[in-house]
Design a binder for this molecule. Sequence first.
Ligand code: HEC
Ligand code: HEC
Length: 446
Amino acid sequence: MVIKLPGGRKLLYLLLVLGLAIIAFGVINSSLGHDFSRIRPNPGQGEQQFLAEGQQIFRYDTFGSEDFWGRQLRLHEAIKGAQLGGVGPGLSPRAALSLGLKVDAEALPASLVRQLKKGQVNLEDPATTVTLLKLDAVVGVKGFFDGRGQLSSIGIQCALCHSTVDNSLAPGIGRRLDGWANRDLNVGEIIALAPNLEPFSRLLGVDQETVRRVVRAWGPGKFDPQLVLDGKAFRPDGKTAAVLIPPAFGLAGINLHTWTGFGSIPYWNAFVAVLEMHGHGTFYDQRLSDPAQFPVAARAGLWNVRSEPDLVSSKLPALHFYQLSLESPKPPAGSYDQAAAGRGRELFNGKGDCHRCHVPPTFSEPGHNLHRPEEIGIDSFQADRSPTKGYRTAPLKGLWTHQKGGFYHDGRFRTLLEVINHYNYVFNLNLSEGEKADLVEYLKSL
Ligand code: HEC
Ligand code: HEC
């Protein structure tokens, strides 16, 4: 480029304008650039680190919960068994897998993987379970070991209920799938193994055998976070009051979380880490101080918990950021009929009127995404256990990953067709059998 030198004054003027332009560009760029970097599809270094931190917390942090599950309930003693200095027969890997616990194949040394493939690993021996814990290979459970290498405590992690594995090595053994609901996991049977349930029995004001009976009634894929608030163990029809474990992916852009919309993601994260996992942290919610609706929480002061040290609060930002990054996995090719799903989409947004509440792309309502029980034609039992008295419009992406255990908060509808039959009846939709089948295929495609 040829620059024609202008006269002295003109040159000064030009330099001044150029300088100002550069400064203005810098200012605009740095202020905007900061915001834009947050929504870039490829996160920068700072965001990558924040995500990695969040993943670490989600997968591996126990929030100090070993003080409860190990020191108080002595669950580790039941896992290692009398032979290794604990109590009872111990928990063999086969028994652990049948309780829905998962093994992270990537945490296993190559030699052990080879032995597993050849069937040379003793899956009947609790000592093998202890070895897996030592390798940090049991998803959602962390073993603590003393100076002599003995299992001395156990803590739990978010991944226990909200992760599973892809079974790539064997059933229950594979690569981690973060955010997937573990619908095989029998939380109640695992709790029932603990030699000492006195902390629950004291909190709920019932004997330990009653606690065992209550948690054993939950069944696979379910857990009852509200039990420690209201002490309601069974519904009026005599069935367990537990709810299904939902996925922890596909939650970005959604206002209220949990089946009954207790609050936002970080609200619930603090709630679970402190009140359910029994980590050491801070939790505050004045709504739970109501002795009529939440007699247990009000009596025990669970609506205002402070701990020193606080092992939860500092982790909430990164944990939240990581959860928001977990997208719903796409259904595998060939797992649904594309043409039928296309017709189902029309029905979803037309005759079925599903999109009135399940608004794409989150499939929940932008705004206050709650409904009164009668609006969806069901009873109010679970809604009444929440400060909201409502049911949250469930997001529908990734439904294909959690078909086990059924649908709606308590799994009352065993299949997607049963869900649609329910709506067909409640809303008088007049759907033909063919239309129902098309809607099912669409739901499977999300
Ligand atoms: C013992 C099993 C268990 C553990 C451990 C657990 N959760 Fe959950 N989680 C559940 C259940 C059950 C629900 C549904 C609760 C409800 O609706 O009342 C739930 C709900 C949620 C939701 C709401 C999802 C939605 O659809 O809106 C989020 C987010 C969540 N959990 C995150 C976490 C995090 C983060 C941790 C670790 C700090 C954690 N959970 C630990 C069982 C568990
Ligand atoms: C009035 C609002 C509303 C309408 C209309 C509606 N839903 Fe729902 N949907 C909900 C709510 C609320 C839930 C959560 C129920 C619960 O927690 O038990 C739900 C749950 C579901 C679930 C279960 C999700 C899970 O994870 O278990 C499916 C599937 C579903 N709806 C599909 C549909 C289809 C298909 C239609 C149209 C035929 C439809 N919904 C119409 C509000 C609605």
